[in-house]
Structure formats: structure tokens, C-alpha cells
Design a binder for this molecule. Sequence first.
Ligand code: PEP
Length: 253
Amino acid sequence: MSSHKIVVGNWKMNKDYHQAIELVKHLTNLISERKPLNTTIVLSPNFLYIKDAIELVKDFECIKIGAQNCSHKSSGAYTGEVSAEMLSSMGVEFCIVGHSERREYFAETDSMILEKIILLLQNKIKPIYCCGEKLEERENDTFCSVIENQLNNSVLNLNANQIVNVVIAYEPVWAIGTGKTASAKQAGEMHQFIYECLIKKYGAETAEQVSILYGGSCNPKNAQELFSTKHINGGLIGGASLIAEDFYSILNS
Ligand code: PEP
């Protein structure tokens, strides 16, 4: 089996309930009218809207609902947290972990991220693991070792049966929400690097099965070039996933 094409919409803390429902309906209408290509589409709204979103996409085999985060604890006295088990019981199939915004604003560490990944896998949810370097790390040429460390401290601790259920998103922090996209060459080099880290640990047959997505100011204009680059198996889309026509156009790239 080779890596699968996946496009994820990360809605972050945007849209009120009515707007979110409208967006799901608009997208499902576009998909049923025009039919998407051979791609898994993951919509990641706020926790509060997940139940309704799952109901709205239930007849669309290609659309899955994802969460944007989960707790690194399995259950108990952790006020305000949402567990992997809770998400699983709602029908959530994917969950973003280690997004740079969570690392930066909520002090998430690699070890917490690994705990989340293990809990998600135990609950049959596919983690979408984000890694990426900051601007100064790109500029001082340490970006490969930064990514290697992030991988070594998290997903590369998994065994082969676990890693094939993980999606990796390479998201240079300097490209997220900034309008500054990594060039296809820059992104392609990093995807190749991540793929090689996977090969080193698990061998080619297993590495081939892990989808590696690009994220960072991806839009309808640059998606095609990025997605046709070797080892880029789709995208994690923030801003452009909030507009149904733009997101649909990225899906078809
Ligand atoms: C993201 O939040 O993961 C992201 C890639 O955002 P944007 O597309 O807005 O850069």
C-alpha cells in the first residue's frame, strides 16, 4: 500500500455554530455536484460542532471529521479537557496534534504530544502530527536537525504497526497564517528528509504507507505545484479551509 492523498481543513477557533454548519453544507454541496478526486477530506471544526458535522457528512465516504486537539491524559480530574476516548465515542476519526500554535501558546512539549498520539491510537483515531521549524531555524540552517529532533522525540518512538496509522504534517512555522508559503522545492526537500527519517527507522515498505502533508499558507494558486511534488501527499489547510470554494479548489489540485 502506498501513502494516501489527504487534505485537512483546520478551522482553528473560527466560525460560530451557524457559520460552521453552513460551511459544512456548502462543501458537501460542492462535492456532490462536482465530485472530488481520489482524496480523503478531513474537516476539523471546533469540538462543539463535531457531533453535527459528523451527522452532516455521514453519507460522504470521502469526508471524515477530525478534532484539533485532545488531552494528553486518558480520563479523570482534568477540568476543561477532552479525551481521545470521548472523541472516539463521538465518531471522530482524525485528530491534529502538536500544531505549532499549541506548542507556542499552550506550552505543549514533545513528550505531551507523544502521550496524545498513543492515546489517540489506542482509541482508533489517526493522529495528524505537526512538525516544523521557526523562521530563525530556517535562516540559521538548523531546520533539518530541528525536524529530526521533533520526530525522534515523538512519532519515531512508535512501532511500525502504529506509525502507519499516523499522518505527518510538515508545517514550517514561518509559513503558517503568514501568506509566505514554502516553495515547492523547499517543501519537497523537507518531505524527502522526513521520508528518509521514516525509512531509517522502519524501512521503505512502512515509510511508503505514511502520508506526509504540507501546511503553511497553502491556497488555490499554489496547491497544485506543491501537491505534485514528490512525497507531498496532500495538505493541512488553515485560512483557505474557511472558504468553501477555495477549499474545494485545493481538494482538486
Ligand atoms: C495551519 O493552521 O495548520 C495552517 C497551515 O494555516 P494556514 O493555511 O492559514 O497557513
